[in-house]
Design a protein around this ligand. Structure first.
Ligand SMILES: *[C@@H]1O[C@H](CO)[C@@H](O)[C@H](O)[C@H]1NC(C)=O
Ligand SMILES: *[C@@H]1O[C@H](CO)[C@@H](O)[C@H](O)[C@H]1NC(C)=O
Length: 246
């Protein structure tokens, strides 16, 4: 997987250089403003989950249809303004802004349960520590009800071990430092270039960046992974230097 990804990026980079040479295309430093759907006029809802390393959590949700924005951060602790090296009891979380006409809290819960091991104590996968604990944050009794129903269902599937997931009232969500946002995408300098090296703020709010962040971690469904791969290859081949939408 890792090797094929490296090869792909290498190939694409060579392709872009070739196209630049052949057509004299100059890659701009950044995109001109792009007309996108104005999400401020759309009614969006917010869900916050903790399910281990937030680098991974952001990639888990970023490719789902209806997910408009993802942000990693800290919640569930007591400290004001926590930082990565000083969490003060907070857990690593992902905040998901979604269009309830396309995806519902219930479906996000399904993805939450299927994307981590809720029975693991004091960590998740290779990551050890309290900051990786499993939490569903809820806002209001409707969400709290759906969350506890889903937890009960999960517990019946797991006869021998206890589901450790907690259900907590959503308090303050503190966004994490920029280095941690879209972490998987930021490791792929070629894709960042292809997007026009967006300024940090734009990158963090971008639906496409959320999707590409999932793509880089190979969390999109296989068909979508392939579509995005083809889209990128096509751009490189035709010499359209910028990826504006997927
Ligand atoms: C919680 O729900 C209320 C009512 O639906 C809404 O106004 C508020 O913005 C929500 N809070 C968050 C953090 O999503
Ligand atoms: C927050 O503070 C309360 C009261 O001091 C304490 O009981 C609780 O365990 C703390 N929570 C965390 C996550 O540190």
């Amino acid at each position: 997987m890792e090797l094929s990804r490296v090869l792909l990026v290498g190939l694409l980079a060579v392709g872009v250089l070739f196209v630049k040479e052949a057509l004299g295309i100059r890659l701009p430093d950044r995109n001109p403003p792009v007309a996108t759907a104005d999400h401020r006029q759309q009614h969006l809802e917010v869900a916050v989950f903790a399910l281990g390393s937030f680098w991974r959590s952001e990639a888990v949700f970023g490719c789902l249809p209806g997910v408009v924005r993802t942000t990693v951060g800290y919640a569930g602790g007591n400290k004001t303004n926590p930082q990565y090296r000083n969490l003060g009891g907070h857990a690593e979380c992902v905040k998901i802004e979604y269009d309830p006409k396309v995806i519902q809290f219930k479906q996000l819960l399904d993805v939450f349960w299927s994307s981590h091991d809720s029975r693991q104590v004091f960590g998740q996968g290779p990551d050890v520590g309290d900051q990786y604990r499993s939490i569903i944050f809820t806002n209001g009794s409707l969400e709290a009800g759906l969350a506890s129903e889903s937890k009960e269902r999960e517990q019946t599937l797991s006869k021998s071990s206890l589901v450790t997931t907690r259900i907590e009232q959503l308090g303050t969500f503190y966004p994490a430092e920029p280095d941690h946002q879209k972490f998987e995408l930021k490791r792929n300098r070629f894709l960042l270039l292809l997007m026009g090296n967006l300024p940090e703020e734009e990158l963090q709010g971008s639906t496409m960046a959320a999707k590409l962040n999932s793509y880089c971690a190979e969390f999109c469904p296989p068909k979508i992974q392939m579509q995005i791969y083809n889209r990128i290859s096509e751009i490189v081949k035709r010499g359209w230097p910028l990826l504006r939408e997927l």
